[in-house]
Structures are given as structure tokens and as C-alpha cells.
Design a protein around this ligand. Structure first.
Ligand SMILES: NC(=O)c1ccc[n+]([C@@H]2O[C@H](COP(=O)([O-])OP(=O)(O)OC[C@H]3O[C@@H](n4cnc5c(N)ncnc54)[C@H](O)[C@@H]3O)[C@@H](O)[C@H]2O)c1
Length: 392
């Protein structure tokens, strides 16, 4: 279960883009994950992300879904990025929507891609959500698909629900961990990234009484020791999660985004890049809580340094499971299909997992990441096929 079940490499016929679909495991013929696009994507990164997805489904209490990931090495801002994404999705179609085997890899959005664009390709092929043959015959799942599509149109706090769920889950996780540590109120938070996840996390933490004192995006770092106005920054950000300097208050300070770990704060939340905390910069971390909103945002060297320093962490597949829990809980009818019920469910699950993580880590005097890998290790890896058709 440490090696991926399947790795498929794709070379675009019209550009120099290369991509991979990595399926870490299937559960009942089903596996799910997003598609990432940026110029530095590697096969190794996609394999690592697919594995993280498998753990994340276990942490989400899913009994129906394995972990996979798509990755495309291409500039997500290029004028033809959407066509490249479309050709990648089409190339992977036999694994996404198969009528000959009871198998489906459900692909959604990740860094550099939007769910809407992925969905448009599915529509060309006449389906809404990729599911297995058994799922197509299941009334609960059919209702779940409709409910999910309806919920995608709803908003909370001005954000589309699917753009809120992950960041809110990160915020609930950070809040639970901070409370368990006996942290002070009004704690100061720095966040790397202001996309779907970074922005919604900042907003929920602000609602919970935290001060967001620094946010970085692909272009800059903006700081304010008294707290940034998160709503105003969200209103003015563009589709790539980049803030508009014209909306900044005169007392905000703008610096290079590479200085994000120099900001004086209590909690650090990497919500953008892989290996954002690494052997070169981990020494700058002076806080004793890091919450991983991005997938795999801390390199092995960076992680060793944080562990030695005694920094507490809430790792990625516990903190950022919001969107997959939303999808699973609605698709399989685990909760009421209502906007607030989705948020409450993520609130409850994230806090429960963080309490379990911190209490086990304290009991065993061990680093949280090692404990998380024991607590949420995937134990199922089906060989999919007709003989595996089974009731959900
Ligand atoms: N979207 C989800 O529901 C979801 C779920 C789980 C995990 N994640 C993970 O969270 C991370 C962010 O995802 P997202 O959906 O918010 O992506 P996004 O594409 O919406 O936003 C990415 C953000 O990162 C910023 N960024 C890029 N380069 C940067 C740099 N050098 N310094 C600082 N910021 C930089 C961008 O400007 C943007 O604000 C990814 O690792 C993704 O895999 C996302």
C-alpha cells in the first residue's frame, strides 16, 4: 500500500505539457482526487499527492473512496491552459467514466485548475460526476449527485460552498489545536496563499477571533500587526487568488512573498505550495503551531527541523479534508443536503480528528505527523473489475 496502484503518463500532442494520473488505491472500484497544474509538477509530486488523498479519505471516515491525483506540468496562466486541461481529462477518460468495468477515478480541481472547467469536459461526455456502475444503480448516490450539484450553487459568507469548505475545515482544525494548547485569544496568524483555501481559512479564523497579520500570494506579502481586513482582500482578489494592491489600507506593508516566515505571529498556515517550508527556511519558524492547509507543504528536511524544535503540527490530510468530506457526505447521503449542515459536519469531524491526534501524540510522546500516519493509514486497496461489483 505504499506504492501507487497505477501511474499513467500523458504527453500533450499540441504543447510540451506532460501530465500524470496517479491512482494510489481503489475502494469498491472508486477513487477520487483533484487535478493540479503548474509548470513544476513532477510525477513524484503527483504520486505523493495521490497517497495523501488515500489517507485523507480514511481521516474523512469514508468507506467508499480511494485516493488519486492528476497533475499537469504546464503554466496555469497560459492562454491555452484550459485546452491543455481538457485534453488531459479526455486522455484519462477510460479511467474516469468506464462502462466496461466497475471502475471510476473521479477528478476535480486543485491548484491551478477549476472544478467548473473539469466539469465542462465531463458535460461534453454527457455525465455530471464520474461514478462507478454500481453507484449509477444506487438511488442514494443518484440523489446525492443532484444534491451536490445544487449545493455547489449555494454560498456561505459570500463564498461559494465548495470554495469555503476546505479553508473552513483548516480554520476549525487550527482553532481546536490552539485551544488544546491553551493558546491566547486574538492569536496572530500568517497564511501563505490566498486562493480558495487560504482566503476561506483567513475569513473563518477572523470570524473565530484570530488576527490575520500576514498573507502572501504569487506576487507579494502583505502584513499588518493589527490584522488585515480579510473581507476587503477577498472582494478584490482575482481568479488566480492574487490580491489587488489598490485595495490595501495605507498602513499595510507590502514585501516580497519570500519573507512570509519573517512575520511575527503565533500560528503559521501554508496554504499554497508544496515544500513551502523546507531545509532552507524552517529555521525561521518561531511559532509552536503549524497547520498544513496545502498538501505536503513541508519538505522532509523542513519537517525534521520542526520536529526537533518541538513545533506542534496539524498535518494536511487532517486539516484540509473539507472538500472531500463535503463530496463524500453528500454523494453517499451521510448528512442533510443543506449548506450549514455541510459546514457543521466538517467542523465536528476536523475538531474530533485534531483531538484524537493531539491526545495520541501526547500519550505516546510522539510527533503528530507520525501519529496521523498510524491513525489514518488506508487498509483497503481493491483490484477493480466486474468481480468487484459490490453493494455500496
Ligand atoms: N481547493 C481545495 O478544496 C483544496 C483541498 C485540499 C487541499 N488543497 C490544497 O491547498 C493548496 C491551495 O489550493 P487552492 O485551491 O487554494 O489553490 P488556488 O489555485 O485557488 O490558490 C493558490 C494560491 O497560492 C498562491 N501562490 C502561488 N505561488 C505562491 C507563492 N510563491 N507564494 C505565496 N503564494 C503563492 C496563489 O497566488 C493563490 O493565492 C494546494 O496545495 C491544494 O492542493 C486544496
Amino acid at each position: 500500500m505504499e506504492k501507487p496502484y497505477l501511474v499513467i503518463e500523458w504527453n500533450d500532442t499540441e504543447t510540451d505539457a506532460t501530465g500524470w494520473l496517479v491512482i494510489h488505491n481503489f475502494v469498491k472500484g472508486y477513487t477520487s482526487g483533484g487535478i493540479r497544474m503548474h509548470p513544476q509538477v513532477t510525477r513524484q509530486e503527483v504520486e505523493h499527492l495521490a497517497k495523501t488523498m488515500a489517507y485523507k479519505y480514511v481521516a474523512s471516515e469514508s468507506t467508499t473512496t480511494g485516493g488519486c491525483k492528476g497533475g499537469i506540468a504546464y503554466d496555469y496562466k497560459a492562454s491555452d491552459a484550459k485546452e491543455v486541461l481538457r485534453r488531459f481529462v479526455i486522455a484519462m477518460m477510460p479511467y474516469i467514466n468506464s462502462d466496461t468495468t466497475d471502475v471510476s477515478a473521479s477528478l476535480g480541481e486543485d491548484l491551478g485548475t477549476s472544478y467548473h472547467d473539469v466539469l465542462n469536459v465531463f458535460k461534453e461526455f454527457d455525465f455530471d460526476l464520474p461514478i462507478t456502475k454500481s453507484m449509477k444503480q444506487d438511488e442514494t448516490v443518484q440523489k446525492g449527485i443532484n444534491d451536490y450539484n445544487e449545493l455547489l450553487k449555494t454560498k456561505i459568507d459570500g463564498l461559494f460552498l465548495d470554495h469555503a469548505v476546505t479553508g473552513y475545515g483548516v480554520a476549525f482544525s487550527a482553532d481546536e489545536a490552539w485551544n488544546l494548547k491553551g493558546g491566547n485569544t486574538n492569536a496572530r496568524v500568517v497564511i501563505q496563499g490566498f486562493g480558495s483555501v487560504g482566503a476561506s481559512c483567513a475569513l473563518k479564523l477572523e470570524q473565530l477571533g484570530y488576527k490575520i497579520v500576514g498573507i502572501s500570494d504569487a506576487n507579494l506579502l502583505v502584513t499588518c500587526p493589527e490584522g488585515l481586513d480579510v473581507n476587503k482582500l477577498i472582494e478584490s482578489k482575482n481568479e488566480y487568488g492574487e490580491m489587488d494592491q489598490a485595495s490595501f489600507e495605507p498602513h499595510y506593508v507590502v514585501q516580497s512573498n519570500s519573507e512570509w516566515l519573517d512575520v511575527d505571529c503565533d500560528i503559521v498556515i501554508p496554504a499554497a505550495l508544496e515544500n513551502a517550508v523546507n531545509g532552507e527556511n524552517a529555521h525561521k519558524i518561531k511559532v509552536d503551531l503549524v497547520v498544513e492547509a496545502a498538501n505536503n507543504p513541508i519538505s522532509k528536511e523542513g519537517d525534521d527541523m520542526l520536529r526537533e524544535k518541538g513545533v506542534d503540527i496539524v498535518n494536511d490530510f487532517i486539516a484540509n479534508l473539507g472538500s472531500i468530506r463535503f463530496y463524500d457526505a453528500i454523494l453517499f447521503g451521510l448528512i442533510e443536503p443543506e449548506t450549514q449542515a455541510v459546514i457543521d459536519d466538517i467542523d465536528t469531524l476536523c475538531r474530533k480528528n485534531v483531538r484524537k491526534l493531539f491526545s495520541e501524540a501526547a500519550k505516546k510522546q510522539a510527533y503528530q505527523r507520525n501519529i496521523a500516519k498510524q491513525l489514518f493509514k488506508p487498509s483497503i486497496s481493491d483490484t477493480p473489475g466486474p468481480e468487484k461489483s459490490m453493494p455500496l
